[in-house]
Each structure stands twice: as structure tokens, then as C-alpha cells.
Design a protein around this ligand. Structure first.
Ligand SMILES: Nc1ncnc2c1ncn2[C@@H]1O[C@H](COP(=O)(O)OP(=O)(O)OP(=O)(O)O)[C@@H](O)[C@H]1O
Ligand SMILES: [Mg+2]
Length: 228
């Protein structure tokens, strides 16, 4: 059974008279445990594709089969439940809440899960440890470096136990060294079984993945699969 299966998916935006075909017919399968990079020129549909895969957006046409189940016609509520349970997001700009500590940021996705607060704290701390930031738990975002902020964001993406990590230009705001540290974490998470899909402009970053999907004009232009 495939984890993610898109069948002739389109995402078309109507802006008054103009029609933007952000995703224009993509058929794609991704297995559990894969490590995929998505590349392509600006505007080729990378972020839109990631949002659709992560249930932040939905196709205007085509089908999305998730874990063998066609979710194309699921309600927003049902999609949100799958998203919260299965997907962790990491963005270029970190999206941390500025006024609260690292540990509180990591805990946020657990707030509405019914998990008691001492257990939430424990889980959040474990994830901070996993990204090597146990010493920074009480720092607020402005007291962290860019690379550290992104590591907090990764811990937050992991805290719910999500098996799928989606990252949109996660190293885009970082220097090469911090970017490499972030990618080392992704490599480790993939080795431990997480499915990772990372959008990047950087060929060096994409090389980390075992499969590279190149988009152009909302379509898959070509794919490269690394031989192991
Ligand atoms: N909410 C929206 N409304 C209308 N058009 C949109 C919207 N979001 C994206 N688009 C258009 O869809 C196309 C694909 O956008 P997308 O953000 O997926 O590109 P991208 O490959 O991520 O680009 P970049 O590398 O610059 O981040 C672009 O032409 C964009 O202008
Ligand atoms: Mg983008």
C-alpha cells in the first residue's frame, strides 16, 4: 500500500479573468519511509504540491489517496484530523511564536489533544533533545540562532508523533553550516523511519534525498532516483 498517491491532481486558482494552473496534472506515489526532494523554478508549484500533500490545501481536480483511502471528498474537519495526527510541517521562516519559550512552542500542537500537561512537557522535552536543543528549552525565539529556531520548529513538527515530515525550503534562511545541521537531522529522522518530503532550490540539499522530483509549470518534468 502506498502512503501517498496523487492521481492527475490539479490546483487551479481563478483570479478574476486569469486562471493560474499552480498544479496542472500531477500523478505521484510516495511510499512510507521515502526521502524525497522537490525542486523546480520559482512558481512551478512546489509549495502548492506540499500543501496539498499535507492537507493544508486541496486539489480542484483529481484524486488524493492517503494510506489506501480516497480522501478527495473528505470534509475539512476530517482532513484536519489526519493532518494533526500524521503530518509535521517545517517552513522556511520557522513560524515560532515569539513571546513563548522553545519548550512551549514545541508543546503547542499538543494543547488540544487531551494529553495531560506534565506528559506534554515530557514529550516536548524529548523532541527538543532529539534535535540537540535540550539546553535551550527555556530560551525564547529571539534568544536563539536561526539554525536553533529551525530545530525548535522541527521538534514541534515531531511532537505529535507524525510519521510524515514536510519541509518547504527549510534551509532557505540559514547559512550553509546551519543548513547542513538541519539536513543532518532530517537524514537521521529518515533513517529512523520518518517519511520526508523537502522542497528546496539547493541541489546540495536535494542530493541528501533518495529521490528528486523536478517540477515545471505545475507538472512533474522528470525524476531522479538515487541508486543505493
Ligand atoms: N493563493 C494563490 N492564489 C493565486 N495564485 C497562487 C496562489 N498560491 C500560488 N499561486 C500561484 O501558483 C503558482 C505556483 O505557486 P507555488 O507557491 O506553488 O510555487 P513555488 O514553486 O513554491 O515557488 P517558489 O519557489 O517561489 O516558492 C504561482 O504561479 C503562484 O503565483
Ligand atoms: Mg514555494
Amino acid at each position: 500500500m502506498k502512503l501517498i498517491e496523487l492521481i492527475n491532481v490539479k490546483r487551479i486558482y481563478k483570479m478574476g479573468e486569469t486562471i493560474v494552473k499552480a498544479i496542472n496534472g500531477i500523478t505521484l506515489k510516495i511510499d512510507k519511509g521515502e526521502y524525497v526532494a522537490v525542486m523546480g523554478p520559482s512558481g512551478s508549484g512546489k509549495s502548492t504540491l506540499l500543501h496539498i500533500i499535507g492537507f493544508l490545501d486541496r486539489p480542484t481536480e483529481g484524486r488524493y489517496v492517503f494510506k489506501g483511502e480516497d480522501v478527495s471528498n473528505y470534509s475539512e474537519d476530517d482532513l484536519a484530523k489526519i493532518r494533526n495526527r500524521e503530518i509535521g510541517f517545517v517552513f522556511q521562516a520557522f513560524h515560532l511564536i515569539p513571546r513563548i519559550r522553545a519548550i512551549d512552542n514545541v508543546e503547542l500542537p499538543l494543547i488540544y489533544t487531551g494529553i495531560p500537561s506534565h506528559k506534554r512537557r515530557e514529550l516536548a522535552f524529548k523532541c527538543l533533545k532529539e534535535v540537540g536543543l535540550q539546553d535551550r528549552a527555556n530560551h525564547k525565539p529571539h534568544e536563539l540562532s536561526g539554525g536553533e529556531m529551525q530545530r525548535v520548529a522541527i521538534a514541534r513538527a515531531l511532537v505529535t508523533g507524525a510519521e510524515i515530515l514536510l519541509a518547504d525550503e527549510p534551509t532557505g534562511n540559514l547559512d550553509t553550516k546551519s543548513g547542513n545541521e538541519i539536513m543532518n537531522i532530517f537524514d537521521k529522522l529518515n533513517k529512523n523511519g520518518k517519511t520526508i518530503i523537502v522542497v528546496t532550490h539547493d541541489p546540495e540539499i536535494a542530493k541528501r534525498a533518495k529521490r528528486i522530483i523536478y517540477l515545471r509549470d505545475g507538472k512533474v518534468e522528470r525524476e531522479e532516483i538515487k541508486k543505493v
